[in-house]
Design a protein around this ligand. Structure first.
Ligand SMILES: C[S@@+](CC[C@H](N)C(=O)[O-])C[C@H]1O[C@@H](n2cnc3c(N)ncnc32)[C@H](O)[C@@H]1O
Length: 353
């Protein structure tokens, strides 16, 4: 999954640093609201959760709107969306986060600065002790508990998108995946593949453009003891690989799609602004009649209406009408702010065909 295309940090008066006290207060409030929503946060240091989501939690004029704080195990992962503009606020943020989270069992914080465009900087320690290069967190409980490998200092992203927790829960618990053959495209580290397996899938194929990312997905499959003969990993471009699968006569009971807003593949570029029709036509070409389609995007600038319309247009083109089962939305730990429409960026649908 992803994040808003940009933060809401402007030049001028809004550049003033928020006082440490008001930062602490905002972080305390966010903690308290999650505690209420989840009925307590015991054991959170073995889990992963967005602890503070600036764009949705404070007004766009507040400097904290450019920050997000996640807990991965006992380390915080702090994201800043403006790429180094906030050096002054950084020392305040260091003090505020240490004050709020150290007593709650967090032992260090890693910060990642993301420029408006281009590649994020290398993650750096903000305070405390360095986490292991790779460690695991658990999501869910009982037989459906999922284990995910997290890498904070050696990667530009920890490896687990926290905004897709509700979708992972649905896949693991809906009861609709029993014995199903699943294809997870734009799969990243395969968290939705793991969730599908936990939901009773018979086999899961995991497809992503990046070889190192697919290696990471293989680690996640191993952590969750998915038998080798029930998993398949494909490194390749969605737009090459789907026609290849169709040519081989393959089809799936559940197809999952979660592309980035923009990608440069091997032969073509893709954007959710202009390519949703092509994308969904291809997805439907590998979906068995009667199968399920899970489609999600991370694009604040594509409306729900345009998204839904283009999915139905693609379905009409291939003569495979779709019936909505439910919407995919951000979890409560990613609230949206009425003055910042970009804070509600995640959209998605589950359809039956
Ligand atoms: C938003 S992430 C997917 C997150 C994933 N669904 C999850 O919940 O963990 C998008 C992924 O799409 C992959 N990707 C981008 N362009 C691609 C393409 N043309 N073909 C296949 N994968 C692509 C990227 O490597 C990245 O891992």
């Amino acid at each position: 999954m992803g994040e808003p295309d940009s933060g809401s940090w402007g030049d001028g008066p809004a550049m003033r640093t928020t006082g440490i006290d008001s930062m602490r207060e905002a972080l305390e409030q966010a903690w308290a609201s999650r505690e209420r929503q989840m009925g307590g946060l015991e054991g959170i240091q073995n889990r992963a959760l967005r602890l503070f989501y600036g764009p949705g939690e404070v007004s766009p004029s507040d400097p904290l709107s450019a920050w997000a704080i996640d807990g991965y195990g006992s380390t915080l992962w702090v994201t800043e969306w403006e790429g180094g503009k906030l050096s002054a606020a950084m020392s305040d943020l260091q003090q505020a986060t240490e004050h709020v989270y150290r007593p709650r069992g967090y032992s260090g914080a890693v910060v990642l600065r993301r420029p408006r465009q281009g590649v994020p900087e290398k993650p750096q320690m903000l305070w405390g002790s360095e986490p292991a290069e790779a460690f695991t967190v658990v999501e869910g409980t009982g037989a459906q508990a999922m284990t995910f490998e997290i890498r904070l200092l050696s990667s530009r992203h920890p490896g687990l998108f926290l905004d897709h927790q509700p979708l992972r829960h649905w896949l693991a618990h809906s009861g609709l995946l029993q014995g199903k053959k699943v294809l997870n495209t734009f799969a990243y580290t395969g968290s939705l593949s793991v969730a599908s397996w936990k939901g009773g899938a018979r086999s899961v194929t995991t497809l992503d453009l990046s070889r190192p990312i697919i290696r990471w997905a293989e680690c996640n499959a191993e952590w969750n003891q998915i038998p080798r003969d029930a998993t398949r990993f494909i490194v390749g471009d969605f737009f090459d690989q789907i026609p290849r699968l169709v040519k081989k006569g393959e089809s799936f009971d559940l197809v999952i799609s979660d592309p980035p807003s923009f990608s440069r593949g091997l032969k073509r570029t893709f954007s959710t602004q202009k390519d949703l029709l092509d994308l969904h036509e291809l997805l439907l070409s590998v979906l068995r009649p009667g199968g399920l389609l899970v489609t999600s995007i991370n694009s604040a600038n594509v409306s729900w209406e345009k998204y839904e319309r283009e999915v139905h247009q693609a379905a009409a083109r291939v003569g495979r009408p779709l019936n909505p089962i439910q919407k995919i939305e951000q979890p409560l730990s990613f609230p949206s702010h009425p003055a910042n429409p970009k804070s509600r960026y995640l959209k998605g649908f589950i359809f039956s065909s």
